[in-house]
Design a binder for this molecule. Structure first.
Ligand SMILES: [Zn+2]
Length: 334
């Protein structure tokens, strides 16, 4: 709509870049949205508001206005050359003041029937699937973010290689199928959509976990429980934590004991140990080597959850014990 208004006011609508694909074939590199807008407007797909606030379709416009639109001169660049020349060229120019991102560059370098089909599917903001995809993939269709994710997932992050070997393909079936498998899997396993799901490495998670079976209802309860847990600092980690069987608490970045708690627990433990002539690390005290009477300094110890956090143990002084660093590490971050 803004494009049509700009044209009617005689404002420039910016450079449009084409890529020479073959002798008689050009591909839009930048300007797809603007070209599509004009095309849809002159075929009466949408209306604009005129200066009186009235809806105005192209078909019903005054002759001079119609002519103004149809005779608009566009400033167009046609880019051609070897792959490395094109790449170099695009590294140095800015399109619409924004540097080309990596996927846009790759689209230019590997232009051809495959990229054209890719863009129709993944870079088309009219695609009704975009809304669903946006729950799991961040970015925008215009800047090729969905395409980049789809290619990254199917190629295990070897996007350039994949585009190069599929460059002349006349279909994108494998890409489409794989992308929908990932999206369908996520949306089946996790029935609720949470903000933190956007932009996670769903391709990797799909590869690692899609053969396991999950109970979506139970999973949903677990997600809600962890979302409500004040000790969970990393909500992004909740999904992989659950997929992996709820054991790797590192993913959740669980809140640790504060210094005051550690200090006071250390003091109590050490006083008791000195009386009993045993180590102030309760696990060292159980051992049979020289360390079983060792009194560690506070700096040589770490706080540990007596009842592990993952089994409901709280991060409070009552559930805190100090262990020497070696024993704490051996017990693991549970
Ligand atoms: Zn110890």
């Amino acid at each position: 709509m803004a494009v049509i208004e700009s044209i009617l006011k005689g404002y420039p609508i910016g450079l449009i870049y084409f890529n020479q694909v073959s002798e008689n074939n050009l591909e839009v590199l930048d300007g797809q949205q603007r070209i599509t807008s004009v095309g849809r407007f002159v075929t009466d797909k949408f209306a604009i508001k005129d200066e009186n606030g009235m809806e105005q379709y192209f078909g019903g416009m005054a002759k001079d206005k119609k002519a103004k639109i149809l005779e608009t001169k566009l400033l167009i660049y046609e880019c051609e050359g070897t792959e490395s020349e094109i790449k170099e060229w695009f590294r140095t120019i800015n399109i619409a003041g924004v540097p080309l991102n990596n996927q846009e560059l790759l689209n230019a370098v590997y232009s051809g029937p495959f990229v054209t089909l890719c863009k129709e599917e993944f870079s088309n903001s009219q695609n009704a699937n975009i809304q669903k995809w946006s729950a799991y993939v961040s970015g925008s269709a215009n800047r090729q973010d969905f395409l980049e994710r789809a290619l990254g997932w199917v190629s295990k992050d070897n996007i350039g290689d994949y585009m190069s070997s599929h460059r002349n393909d006349k279909n994108i079936n494998e890409l489409k199928t794989y992308f929908s498998s990932v999206i369908d899997w996520v949306s089946t396993v996790f029935i609720d959509v949470e903000n933190e799901m956007r932009g996670l490495e769903w391709g990797r998670l799909y590869e690692t976990y899609h053969k396991k079976s999950y109970n979506p209802k139970k999973i949903s309860e677990e997600v809600h429980k962890l979302y409500g847990d004040p000790y969970v600092k990393s909500r992004k980690g909740i999904f992989e934590f659950i997929l992996g069987g709820s054991t790797d608490t590192k993913l959740l970045n669980v809140r640790v004991f504060d210094d005051a708690t550690k200090k006071s627990v250390y003091k109590i433990q050490t006083t008791k140990a000195e009386k009993k002539k045993e180590s102030n690390c309760p696990l060292c005290a159980l051992g049979h080597d020289a360390n079983n009477e060792k009194i560690w300094s506070l700096n040589d110890m770490d706080a540990d959850h007596v009842a592990s956090w993952s089994k409901g143990g709280a991060t409070s002084a009552k559930n805190c014990q100090m262990l020497c660093k070696t024993h704490n590490r051996a017990k693991g971050n549970r």
